[in-house]
Design a binder for this molecule. Structure first.
Ligand SMILES: [Zn+2]
Ligand SMILES: [Zn+2]
Length: 106
């Protein structure tokens, strides 16, 4: 266990707003804090939504997966955990190791 609270991550998440923006116009941006993280497609494009706009997305939009915004959702390099319904920050560079091994044998 880390003795200190991960303040950087908490602050980063606190600034996340719902990504709902009709017409992609800054004046119509939803000002609510995001509570849901949405993966829109298999390319990994992800977005953020508040509760009401998550409900709207469920009714009218196609998306791959969604989960409650967690402390690691805003971190660069996090991985979408479908089974765990969250984003996880890879503590070990296992992805890099796997890629390197593949490169050697290819
Ligand atoms: Zn919203
Ligand atoms: Zn997430």
């Amino acid at each position: 266990m880390e003795p200190f609270a991960p303040l950087g991550r908490i602050v980063a998440v606190r600034g996340q707003k719902c990504g709902h923006s009709p017409g992609d116009n800054p004046s119509t941006d939803c000002q609510a804090d995001a509570t849901w993280h949405i993966m829109w497609n298999t390319e990994g494009d992800a977005g953020l939504a508040c509760g009401p706009h998550m409900d709207e997305a469920r009714r009218s939009l196609v998306f791959i997966d969604s989960h409650r915004v967690g402390p690691d959702c805003a971190m660069p390099g996090t991985l979408w955990d479908f089974d765990g319904q969250r984003c996880v920050y890879p503590e070990e560079p296992t992805v890099d190791n796997a890629a390197a091994e593949q490169a050697v044998t290819a």
